[in-house]
Each structure stands twice: as C-alpha cells, then as structure tokens.
Design a protein around this ligand. Sequence first.
Ligand code: PSV
Ligand code: MN
Ligand code: MN
Length: 391
Amino acid sequence: MPSQSTVSAVRETLKGQVIETPSWGYGNSGTRFKVFAQAGVPRDPFEKLDDAAKVQEFTGVAPRVSLHIPWDKAEDYAALGAHAAKRGLVLGAINSNTFQDDAYRLGSVTHPDAGVRRKAVAHLLECVDIMDATGSRDLKLWFADGTNYPGQDDIVARQERLADALAEVYARLGDGQRLLLEYKFFEPAFYTTDVPDWGTAFRHCLKLGPKAQVVVDTGHHAPGTNIEFIVATLLHEGRLGAFDFNSRFYADDDLMVGAADPFQLFRIMHEVIRNGGMDAERNVNFMLDQCHNIEQKIPAVIRSVMNVQEATAKALLVDTEALRAAQLAGDVLAANAVLMDAYNTDVRPLLAEVRTGMGLAPDPVAAYHASGWQRHIEAARVGGEQAGWGA
Ligand code: PSV
Ligand code: MN
Ligand code: MN
C-alpha cells in the first residue's frame, strides 16, 4: 500500500499532466479503402477547436491542440488563437505536410531535384511563420520520404539533402521554439525510409543542436520493438521532445493509445517518470496522434486521454525504493513484482477523485454523453470535411 503522502503527490502530478490532442482526430478519416463519414464532424479548424474544448472541459488535462498545415490552414491565425483562448485552449505543435503534393512522388526534402527540395523547405519555413503567429513552441516534422526500389536513389545523398533542409529550418527557429523530428520505420516508402528509426532522428538532432529533439510515435515501430528502451535512452540524452501516442496491432493503425497494449503504455510511462520526463523543465510534449475511423471521435479522444492518465497513475505508484533495493540485490522476481503490483492497481477510483478535486465529473465519457454536445453538432454541422488523410 502506498503511503498517504505518496498518493497525494501522485494526485498533484496527475492534476498537472498535460495531454495535447490532434486537430485531425476530430475530423473524418479512414483507410485507403474507405473513409466513413460521421455526422457532426467539424467543417473547419474553428469547429475542431470547439470539439477539442469539450475534451478539455471533461478531462481538464487537454488544453493544447496540435494543428496540421495545410489541413488547418487559416486566413488569420491570431483569430484562430483567440477562438482557442476563449475556449480555454492554446494552439500546440504545428505539423508540416510534405506528402500530399504530386511534386513529392520521389520525396520532399530528400528529392533528387533541388527545385522540389526548395518547395518543401519553403513549406517548412511557412510552418515556422505560423508558429510565430500562433505562439506555438513545437514544429513537428514527419517525412514520408524514401524509395520503393533498390537502386532508385542514393541512400547517403538523401541523408545529406535531409541534413541541409533541417539545418535551414533549424536556423529559422526563434527563441523558445523547437524542431521535433519524427521517425517511422516504413510507409509510404517501402524499400528505404529516410528517417526510419530513432537512431537516424537522434543523429540529425545531435548535429542540429539543442533545439532539435526526437518524437516517439508509439505506432511507428516494428512489432516487438522495445519502445521503453528508446524512451529511456532519449530522455537520458536529453533528446526526447515529444510523444505521438496511439496504438497499433499491425501497421500505423492510429488506434486509441493504450487500447492495443496498455501494459506497454505503462512500461513507457514508467521509463518517462524514472528518467525525469514528467518534470516541467524537460518539456516533453505528450501528444496524441490518432484517427478515429469507425468510432465516435470526441469520446474516443476523451477515452485516449483517460488511458494515458491511467498508465501514468500506475507508473507513479511504482514503489521506487523497493524497486531499487530489489534491483541492487539482484532479486529479479522481487523487482518484477514491484512493477506488476503497480500495473495491477486499479487506479480508476484515484483518477475519479482527482477529477472531483478539479471540479470535474468523475466519468468524463459519461459526462460528455450527458452534455448533449454530440446531438448539437450532428444537428448543427452539415457537410463535414475529412481530416486530410482521405482528402
Ligand atoms: C504519418 O504516419 C503520421 O501519423 C505521422 O505520425 C505524423 O505525425 C502524422 O501522420 C501527421 O502528419
Ligand atoms: Mn505521428
Ligand atoms: Mn503515423
């Protein structure tokens, strides 16, 4: 049993946790086979923020929203920021898009043609301009670049083109802004991917400087990859900038975080806590990167936030002294038991208490359904748009 003081420290940490939600999680999305349209989906970035505000209203820990350019392109970013502020939100990471233009068939920043590379870099620089307007701290870069066939292009030349592009963007960052580089092991390229793994992302970040950090998208690993090892290593090296949380069964499924493997999420959060990743000055951005193709979107985002909270609560309950003692004594079974005791704790009552203490309903999903928001948007919004993937 954890002591009273441990439990109250855990409560405080949970109250202070911030989980950033993605604008595209509120819009229609699907696979290459079908995008199922849902009633009431947002028609523009302003309505996406209205839905994100509901997640914040019922969870109290999701005040930031990531934007994706051009899916959330706005005439006036100050107006978008004011719309967010009125709803208790702030605009979060700006996600670039160098993968939905015909020009990028052979890549964007790694394309063999310098003209295409220029176009891609211009877009990335435009994203930094948008960050200046929105007050966003993070520029999140994910590149679809790679090759499909052996011999298609020179692997090292592509790395050099990538490094040049990143250096140009890095030089444009203002004070307090960061570049977050995301890796993904395959897809849409099938033979080589230019940023396939954390080692490649880390290497580029090291070359760039301290404002460049790695994003760990939990869905972007081969089956069996020990993601918590990567998390521990990057934190130890001071280069873990953010998470894109989601979960996968097969490929880049973008299912709700903690749905496929809640134990893995717990192990990740254990390494985060163990290595200081919850400390405010580390600025690890806990983002969701998910699409809700067949389930209702807003309650799915709420559920995802709750899943992160549950994994965090369990990881915070790990008896660190007992763990250390067992590790030093070489007592394998005792050390493992310490982790399993925490993982097997039902933290739902603790989180309900945390919410009540924050003036919230103990069950955010039930509170959302009771609020009437879903009925309201289904009646009021006609002709919703796709998030961008299927567009
Ligand atoms: C593509 O796999 C991806 O999921 C990346 O993770 C990006 O973060 C996201 O899409 C939005 O571009
Ligand atoms: Mn991602
Ligand atoms: Mn992805």
